[in-house]
Design a binder for this molecule. Sequence first.
Ligand SMILES: Nc1nc2c(ncn2[C@@H]2O[C@H](COP(=O)(O)OP(=O)(O)O)[C@@H](O)[C@H]2O)c(=O)[nH]1
Ligand SMILES: [Mg+2]
Length: 299
Amino acid sequence: MTAAENRSGFVTFVGRPNVGKSTLTNALVGEKVAITSDKPQTTRRAIRGILNRPGGQLVIVDTPGIHKPRTLLGQRLNDLVEQVLGDVDVIGFLVPAVDKVGPGDRRIAASLDGYPRAKKVAIVTKTDLGGRDEIMERLMEVDSLREDWAAVIPLSAVTDDQLDVLADELLALMPEGPALYPDDVVTDESTEDRIAEIIREAALEGVRDELPHSIAVTVEDVAPREGSDLTDVYANIVVERDSQKAIIIGRKGSRLADVGARARAQIEPLLGSRVFLSLRVRVAKEWQRDPKQLGRLGF
Ligand SMILES: Nc1nc2c(ncn2[C@@H]2O[C@H](COP(=O)(O)OP(=O)(O)O)[C@@H](O)[C@H]2O)c(=O)[nH]1
Ligand SMILES: [Mg+2]
């Protein structure tokens, strides 16, 4: 193949919270680069996952999606998403097979008019949860939302059904050009950032209401321990109130111990070493609204 036939570019997925944007990003990359949960607004950064295929490279940018901003953090995240949407080559619009298309979906589909540069692909996801008729109905509903879909594709990011079809279609829509990243990396996130996200995902499990939004994680140090095959990882779980700190720690530290165990199980394969994980819970009052705190937390 000549260099001229190589294609590369950026794609991002849009859709209501929980439709499966981050899960699809990971499924395409083949490795977890973006954390997922059943809580809305889990994603807080623009995370780039990289998929190399014969004939080209896809850079998949997973974003928090646009929300009504309630805090300074919310505003910053919206600005970030706007910027990504303005820059990508392809936007994939996701609707789950099992939910009827509603006003939220229609609004997001219509908002894609604001990004004329990007080609648009409609994706009916979670087909593993839907029946044949349900999937057909959804495909027709989604198809009628815009006239300019370059493709309408049903798939499951959990069973990987039709994932190849999407990857081929996305690559075909990319401009010609050389690979943008080396072919042996799956993300441009630093190891520290990936560890912080893994811990945040573990901390999100089982917490409710406002607490998920209040959790941030910082990694202070990752260091191989001398004379052993252990890596020491020191991290802080940051919350906004003392009452939240108590919830995260749990009775006699039981919740925090579970969070640590779940996170460690994922950090060890990432680092390729056994890990000693030290987690501290800190309170940073109202950090989501405080520009100084946001800066310290990397937003
Ligand atoms: N069964 C099934 N569940 C999925 C699929 N894609 C995502 N999910 C689940 O939907 C929830 C939300 O996924 P996530 O990727 O975090 O959604 P996001 O908010 O759009 O990024 C998670 O619990 C996922 O496991 C799919 O194709 N099939
Ligand atoms: Mg997400």
